[in-house]
Design a protein around this ligand. Structure first.
Ligand SMILES: *Cc1c(COP(=O)(O)O)cnc(C)c1O
Length: 373
């Protein structure tokens, strides 16, 4: 590294370090499959929930995962370049006039309406091939997928009935609440949909559904969030490992008199003389402003509360209780980790872990542990 041109986003230049443990993600994938008792695919949409679709998928493929889901066609094209030889499916469906692009990159659309089904059948007929595609049925979420009526009519079409669809899938809307009555309703409707084409493979559950017991497992499950350590059933103990560490640099430490205001809006006033450290992380890095004044960061093993408003690039923490020698040596503080989990950070900001993960910023130096050579 030369002083006039340092490495972009090296540990020396950044404000925050994001460490992602691929071994923990692989372990979570195995444990979801073991819990469900069936094969697990992996959902790596939104750049692997912010953690990097390519390194995450490579690690999972090396561990034996053969089926990956992304949301967008573009995400599939990028993933395919990095990962030949696995199945990649596009949850958001078959975009208009894009059949040949899916085919060229060996991407399987998840067909969400009868028009998409007919277009895929026509495209396959024109190629003289049966190309992989999934069928999605809406069983009560009213978001994506065919209605029961549309599927009932389609399933009677001999061309549809004869086609070797990869699988029939649906998605649960309340699986994170184990005793929610909609789980049983959707289960019943999915069985009814599956009965119209009993030879097709089936999949109903994402992360939370994978922990609802064998009735919800079907032929394979589709975890996303659970791979990244998000608790499938908030309020119950988290069975998964945390793969994410976020550390932020201390930029400055100041001593202030009792009664001095801290940060925008002067929302925080210390009662006594206090020591405030300012760290290089903010809402532009996905550390939501709604988390202002909530929770602690860890400074060399000591908890220090977040005080005042979270700014775009800065957060102030009260380090009065951190011993001086510890503070002098620290340099960095841990913001997300085993002591303060992603789920806690999310709850404190009035959000969910999914949103925190997918908002994690582009300004970090990223370190992948357990990366394949
Ligand atoms: C996002 C998504 C998943 C994964 O959901 P998680 O809750 O992150 O496990 C699975 N299936 C479908 C259809 C999805 O849209």
């Amino acid at each position: 590294m030369s002083p006039d041109k340092p490495d972009f986003r090296s540990p020396a230049t950044v404000g925050a370090l994001l460490t992602i443990d691929l071994n923990a993600i692989v372990e979570n994938w195995r444990s979801v499959a073991a819990t469900a008792g069936v094969t697990a695919s992996a959902v790596v949409k939104a750049n692997g929930y912010g953690l990097g679709a390519v390194p995450v998928s490579r690690a999972l493929a090396a561990a034996g995962c053969r089926r990956f889901f992304v949301a967008h066609l573009d995400e599939g094209v990028l993933l395919r370049e990095a990962l030949p030889g696995v199945e990649i499916a596009i949850l958001n469906g078959l975009l208009p006039d894009m059949e040949a692009v899916y085919h060229a990159h060996d991407l399987a659309p998840v067909l969400n309406d009868p028009g998409q089904v007919q277009r895929w059948l026509s495209f396959c007929a024109s190629k003289g091939e049966t190309l992989p595609a999934f069928l999605q049925i809406d069983t009560g979420m009213n978001r994506l997928g065919m209605t029961a009526g549309e599927w009932g009519a389609l399933a009677l079409d001999p061309a549809v009935a004869a086609f070797p669809w990869t699988a029939l899938i649906s998605h649960l809307s309340c699986a994170d609440v184990p005793d929610h009555p909609l789980n049983a309703t959707q289960l019943r409707l999915f069985h009814a949909a599956s009965a119209m084409a009993p030879h097709l493979a089936t999949s109903l559950s994402a992360s939370s559904g994978s922990f609802l017991g064998p009735d919800f497992a079907f032929d394979f499950v589709r975890p996303g969030a659970a791979l990244y350590g998000v608790n499938p059933h908030p309020g119950f103990p988290n069975p998964l490992r945390n793969p994410v560490l976020l550390d932020a640099r201390i930029l400055q430490i100041r001593e202030i008199d009792g009664g001095s205001p801290v940060g925008y809006g002067a929302t925080h006033k210390t009662s006594d003389r206090a020591k405030i450290a300012t760290i290089a992380l903010g809402y532009a890095d996905g550390f939501l402003r709604s988390g202002s004044g909530h929770g602690n960061v860890m400074v060399g093993g000591f908890a220090a509360p977040i005080v005042g408003r979270i700014s775009m690039d800065l957060i102030t923490i009260d380090v009065t209780q951190v011993p001086v020698d510890v503070l002098e040596k620290a340099g960095w503080v841990n913001v997300i980790g085993d002591f303060r989990t992603l789920d806690e950070v999310a709850t404190d900001a009035g959000s969910i872990s999914y949103e925190i993960l997918t908002s994690l910023g582009e300004r970090f130096h990223r370190v992948y542990l357990g990366e394949q050579a």
